[in-house]
Ligand binder design. Structure first.
Ligand SMILES: Nc1nc2c(ncn2[C@@H]2O[C@H](COP(=O)(O)O[C@H]3[C@@H](O)[C@H](n4cnc5c(=O)[nH]c(N)nc54)O[C@@H]3COP(=O)(O)O)[C@@H](O)[C@H]2O)c(=O)[nH]1
Length: 828
C-alpha cells in the first residue's frame, strides 16, 4: 500500500504536531491536524483520509465520539480513538461507533504503528466484505431475488429480504416462528412448504420449491424458494439460507404458453407460423388435417395459402398494405388442398414485431369454409328445389316464369304454362302409403323432364301438382302436343313395390300474353283449365278459355249460395218409396235431398250434392241427411205407421272409417231407430275408391245397418272382391232399366246383375222403373224390389205417410199415387 493518509483530530496543538511528526517518521502521510469535529468532518469530506486518529475531547460542540459517528454515516473511514481516560461510560459510547482501536495516551511509536496497521488491515478486510456484500446484493437485485435465513434449531426465520415486496408483510411476520410464516402461504400449498422444510431438516436439502403466497390484499403470488443448511464451524449452529424469487410473471407466462401450445395443438383451425418473408416456420395439426399436407412438407416453404394462385395480384397488394398499416389482415382466400381440391378459407394474418418494432413473424390462422359453403349451397338449393323430386319448387318456378314472360315481352314471343295434376293420386297415397306415393312422384318428375325440352322448366308446386314453363312457343298447338305427350308418358306403367302403376294426369294450358300478362293471372288460367280437363273426365288436357273463369266464378257462387241455403234451413228431404215387385207393397223409402231455393224453387239432388262434394260442406250436409232421415223414420213409426226401411245415400268423401260409423251410431242412439231399418247406399264408384271404404262398410255393418250398392253396372267392380263385402242389396242402375224392353243389351245386363246378386246372396232392386213392361221384365227375372215413377216419385214425408195409410187401408200404391196427387213437384 502507498503511504497511508492519516488525519489527526486533536485539540492540543503541540500534541497534534508531535503526533504528525511521529506519523511521518513512521512512513505515513499525515495531513495538518484539525482541532474540532466540524473541521474533522470537512477534512474527511475533502481529503478522504485512509484513517482518522480521533481524540475524544476536542474543540467545538461535538466531541470525538460524536464526530466519529457523523463520519461513519457517510464514510467507512476507520477511526482510532486517542484518549487519556478510560472511564467506562466514555468507552461504552466509543464502542458504539465500532472504532478500529484505542490508543491510550501516552503511547509509544510501536503502539501507534501497530494500532494503525491493524486498523488499516481490518478496514481493508471490511471494505472487501462490503464490496462482496454489495456484489451479492446487486446480483440478487439483478436476479430479482431476495435472501432468507432460518434458524434450524429454533425454526425461526431470522431474515427475509424484500419481505414487503415478496410477501406483502413486514419483517414482523418473518422474524417470528415458522408457523406464523406458514400462514402467509396459500392454504393448498402449506403442506408442500412444510414438508419441504421437514425434508431439509432431515438432511435431504430443500432443493427448489414453488408455492403461492397470499398477500394481505388477497392477491396471489408465485414464489420460488431454494436453500441449503449451513453449519457454523464455531458454534455448530445450523442455519437454512437461500434465496426467494417472485416467479408470478413467469408462471403466468408459462400458463399462457401452455394454453397457447394447447390451442396450437388442439384447435381445428389451421395455424401457420411464418417468418417475415412468409416462409413457413411451423404449422399445427389443424393445418395438416385441413390441407392434407404433412408438417415437414410445408416447413421451410412459402405458405401455400398465400401463393399467387390463391390471391389475385390486387388482393395480394391489398393484404400487404393492410398488414403494413394495421399489422393485421383478414379475408377469404381460395386455397387448394394437397390433392388439388378447392379449399375456401377465412384467414386472419397478424404481424408479430420484435423488440425493435420490426416485423419478425406472421401468424396465419384460418378456418375451413368448405362445410359452410356446402351448407350455403345446400340451403340455396333447398330454397329453390323440391327435396323429393329435385325439381325447381314454386319459388324458383315463379322466378323462371317471370323471366320467360319478360323475355317474351321483349321479343314479342309467347310463353306456355302447363298445369299437370295427377288423377287419383290421393288414393294411391292413402292405400299404398306415402313411400309408394313418393316413389311415384319421383317417377312422374323423371318422366316429365324427359317429355319436355331441356330449356323448358318442370317444377313441382306441391302435392301432385306440377308445372311446365315452355319458353319461346311458336305455335300454341305445340302446347297441346306437349300435353298429349306428357299424358302418354305418364300413362306408361311404372313398377313400384313389385306392382305396375299407370297414372293418368289432367293438364291445363295457358298462354302468355293471350291468357294473362301477369304471372298470377297466367297461373290461375292454367289452373282453371286443368280443373276443366278434370271435369271433362280426367286424363286429358284443356286450353284455357275465358268462359272457364266464368264457370269457376259460377261454381264459387253456387258454393256460397248452398252454404247460405243450408244455414237458412232451405234443404229438405223427399222420400221415394221402394216396393216389393211381387206385391207392390211399400217396404222402404230412399231419402233424397232437395233444396227449396228462394229464387229457383225446388232443386234436385244434382244441384246440391256435386256442389257440396267440392268442399267439406258434404260432411255437414251428409250428417244432416242421416239425422233427418233417421228422425223421420222414427217419427212415422211413432205416428203408428208400419216400420219402413230408410235408404240414405252417402257420398265417397263421407266414407271415413274413423268418422262415419261413429256418426251413424250416435244418430241411431239419439233417434232410437232400429239399426236394421237403416240402409246406407254407396255408389259403385265409391266402392272402387279404396280400402278405406271397405273398412267403413265393415264398421257400419257391425252396427247392424244394411248396405246397398247404388248405380250398379256403371262402375267396374271387381266381382271377386264384391263377395267378401257385407253388401245386402244391389241397385240396378236406371240407365239399364230405362230401355227395357227395347234394348237387348240392357236387358242382358239387368238380367246378369239380378243373377249375380242372387249368387252372392244379395237382394236385387231396380231403380227408375217407369213402365209396366219394365216391371214385368224385372219381376220375371227374379228382381225382388224396385222403385220408380211407375210406383211413386220422390215425395214429402207427409205424402209418404198418407200413402202408407192408404196402404194400411188396402189401397194399391199405384192407385193411391194417381188418386192422391202424392207426387213430388218436379225439381228444376
Ligand atoms: N250423397 C248423396 N246423394 C244423394 C242424396 N240425395 C240424392 N242423391 C243422389 O243424387 C243423385 C240424383 O238424385 P235425385 O235428383 O234425387 O234423383 C233421384 C230420383 O229422383 C231419380 N228417380 C227415381 N225414379 C226415377 C224414375 O223412374 N225415372 C227417373 N228419370 N228418375 C228417377 O233417381 C234418383 C235416385 O237415384 P238413386 O239414388 O241412384 O237410386 C242420385 O244419384 C242420388 O243417389 C243425398 O242426400 N246424398
Amino acid at each position: 500500500m502507498s503511504q497511508a493518509r492519516v488525519l489527526v483530530v486533536e485539540d492540543e496543538r503541540i500534541v497534534a504536531l508531535h503526533l504528525q511528526q511521529r506519523l511521518r517518521s513512521l512512513g505515513y502521510d499525515p495531513s495538518s491536524p484539525v482541532a474540532s469535529g466540524e473541521q474533522a468532518l470537512a477534512r474527511v469530506r475533502s481529503e478522504l483520509p485512509d484513517i482518522v486518529l480521533m481524540d475524544i475531547h476536542i474543540e467545538g460542540p461535538m466531541d470525538g465520539i460524536e464526530t466519529a459517528s457523523e463520519i461513519q454515516k457517510e464514510f467507512h473511514t476507520p477511526i482510532i480513538y486517542l484518549t487519556a481516560y478510560s472511564e467506562a461510560a466514555t468507552l461504552e459510547r466509543a464502542r458504539g461507533t465500532k472504532p478500529y482501536g484505542y490508543l491510550v495516551k501516552p503511547f509509544s511509536e510501536r503502539e501507534l504503528h501497530a494500532t494503525i496497521q491493524m486498523a488499516l488491515e481490518r478496514s481493508a478486510t471490511d471494505s472487501a466484505i462490503r464490496e462482496s456484500e454489495e456484489r451479492l446484493h446487486l446480483a440478487l437485485e439483478a436476479a430479482e431475488m431476495a435472501s432468507w435465513e432460518l434458524d434450524v434449531t429454533s425454526r425461526t426465520l431470522l431474515h427475509v429480504g424484500k419481505a414487503q415486496r415478496l410477501f406483502g408483510y413486514g419483517h414482523e411476520v418473518f422474524s417470528g416462528p415458522w408457523e406464523r410464516f406458514l400462514e402467509t402461504v396459500h392454504e393448498e400449498d402449506r403442506d408442500l412448504v412444510d414438508r419441504a422444510l421437514e425434508r431439509t431438516l432431515d438432511g435431504h436439502g430443500l432443493g427448489v420449491i414453488e408455492f403461492r403466497s397470499v398477500h394481505p390484499d388477497g392477491s396471489v403470488h408465485w414464489l420460488k424458494v431454494q436453500g441449503r443448511i449451513f453449519t457454523a464451524e464455531s458454534s455448530a449452529r445450523k442455519r437454512l439460507i437461500g434465496v426467494i424469487q417472485d416467479v408470478t410473471a413467469r408462471r403466468s407466462a408459462e400458463a399462457q404458453l401452455r394454453q397457447a401450445a394447447m390451442v396450437f395443438e388442439a384447435t381445428q383451425e389451421g395455424i401457420l407460423i411464418l417468418d417475415d418473408r412468409f416462409v413457413t416456420l411451423d404449422c399445427n395439426p389443424g393445418y395438416c388435417a385441413i390441407t392434407g399436407y404433412d408438417r415437414n412438407e410445408v416447413i421451410g416453404r412459402p405458405a401455400p395459402l398465400l401463393s399467387p394462385l390463391c390471391l389475385s395480384p390486387a388482393d395480394w397488394q391489398t393484404m400487404q398494405n393492410t398488414l403494413v398499416a394495421d399489422r393485421q389482415w383478414h379475408g377469404e382466400i381460395q386455397g387448394r388442398r394437397r390433392d388439388g381440391k378447392e379449399l375456401p378459407v377465412l384467414a386472419n394474418i397478424a404481424a408479430v414485431a420484435d423488440r425493435s418494432g420490426q416485423v419478425s413473424h406472421y401468424i396465419l390462422l384460418f378456418s375451413d369454409l368448405t362445410a359452410i359453403r356446402l351448407a350455403q349451397e345446400r340451403f340455396q338449393h333447398l330454397a329453390h328445389f323440391d327435396p323429393l323430386t329435385d325439381l325447381p319448387n314454386r319459388l324458383l318456378a315463379m322466378d323462371r316464369l317471370e323471366h320467360a314472360m319478360q323475355a317474351a315481352e321483349r321479343n314479342q314471343g309467347k310463353v306456355g304454362l302447363l298445369f299437370v295434376d295427377l288423377d287419383h293420386f290421393k288414393q294411391i297415397n292413402d292405400t299404398l302409403g306415402h313411400s309408394v306415393g313418393d316413389d311415384l312422384l319421383r317417377a312422374v318428375a323423371k318422366a316429365l323432364r324427359l317429355a319436355v325440352r331441356a330449356e323448358d322448366t318442370v317444377a313441382r308446386l306441391g302435392g301432385d301438382e306440377f308445372m311446365v314453363i315452355v319458353d319461346r312457343v311458336e305455335h300454341p298447338e305445340a302446347l297441346g302436343e306437349l300435353a298429349d305427350r306428357i299424358i302418354a308418358t305418364l300413362s306408361r306403367p311404372v313398377t313400384l313395390l313389385g306392382m305396375e302403376f299407370a297414372i293418368t294426369a289432367s293438364v291445363g294450358i295457358s298462354l302468355f300474353p293471350e291468357d294473362g300478362t301477369r304471372k298470377e293471372d297466367l297461373i290461375r288460367a292454367a289452373d282453371t283449365a286443368m280443373y276443366a280437363a278434370k271435369d271433362a273426365g280426367r286424363s286429358g288436357f284443356a286450353f284455357y278459355r275465358k268462359e272457364m273463369t266464368e264457370q269457376a266464378a259460377l261454381s264459387m257462387e253456387r258454393d256460397r249460395d248452398l252454404r247460405r241455403g243450408f244455414e237458412k234451413d232451405e234443404l229438405r228431404l223427399h222420400y221415394q218409396p221402394q216396393v216389393e215387385l211381387a206385391t207392390g207393397a211399400i217396404i222402404g223409402v230412399e231419402a233424397l235431398i232437395r233444396w227449396q231455393h228462394p229464387i229457383h224453387g225446388l232443386c234436385g239432388a244434382n244441384d246440391v250434392v256435386p256442389v257440396a262434394e267440392k268442399s267439406r260442406l258434404i260432411m255437414e250436409l251428409g250428417d244432416w241427411v242421416l239425422r233427418e232421415a233417421c228422425w223421420q223414420a222414427r217419427a212415422w213409426q211413432e205416428a203408428g205407421l208400419p216400420p219402413l226401411r230408410m235408404a240414405v245415400n252417402v257420398s265417397a268423401r263421407q266414407m271415413q272409417p274413423d268418422r262415419l260409423p261413429n256418426v251413424v251410431r250416435q244418430i241411431l242412439d239419439s233417434t232410437g231407430l232400429d239399426p236394421a231399418l237403416l240402409e246406407i247406399e254407396i255408389t259403385e264408384s265409391t266402392l272402387q275408391d279404396s280400402e278405406r271404404c271397405v273398412a267403413t262398410l265393415h264398421a257400419l255393418k257391425a252396427l247392424g245397418v244394411s248396405l246397398a250398392i247404388d248405380d250398379f253396372g256403371t262402375g267396374y267392380s271387381c266381382l271377386g272382391s264384391l263377395k267378401s263385402l257385407p253388401i245386402d242389396r244391389i241397385k240396378i242402375d236406371r240407365s239399364f232399366v230405362q230401355d227395357i224392353p227395347h234394348d237387348r243389351n240392357d236387358e242382358a245386363i239387368a238380367e246378369a246383375i239380378i243373377a249375380m246378386a242372387h249368387k252372392l246372396n244379395m237382394v236385387a232392386i231396380a231403380e227408375g222403373i217407369e213402365t209396366e213392361e219394365q216391371r214385368a221384365f224385372l219381376r220375371a227375372r227374379g228382381c225382388e224390389e224396385g222403385q220408380g215413377y211407375l210406383y211413386a216419385r220422390p215425395m214429402t214425408a207427409d205424402a209418404v205417410a198418407a200413402l202408407l195409410r192408404d196402404q194400411q187401408r188396402g189401397t194399391d200404391l199405384r192407385d193411391a199415387v194417381s188418386a192422391g196427387g202424392a207426387t213430388e213437384d218436379t225439381p228444376q
